[in-house]
Design a protein. Sequence first.
Length: 140
Amino acid sequence: MNFAVNDYICITKQCCMENSIRITNGGITIKVSVFLFVEGKTRIAFCPSLDLCGYGASESDAKADFEYVITDWFSTQVANNTLKEDLRKHGWTLQDEHVAIEPSMSTVLRRSSQLKEIVKSDFKKHNTRRRIAVPLSSFA
């Protein structure tokens, strides 16, 4: 599948995870928490609530790789009809057929040993938002 992605990133110092996946009018808006950190010489963009990451030599490379990864992840979920299952597996709450809510920071910290290590280091936390144009009526 080929998706059109419009992206913008909100930089925040807060670690509040009031993020979601929302299906509206033939597209999906994804807002997730992403932690940026350095491991060796590699910059990493890690989304603990979906267990996805991108990486690169620079922060912009890591962000760009993460954009590719999350779009590919979503494409795979839609193609395999496994979106609900994967979100539940990662602790997301399905509010209805059109909205899934990202788990709380405390829930993610309990489940992710990677995030426990990241928050002990020097990191940046972003809320990444994307609009993915795909005809989809619900979390099938």
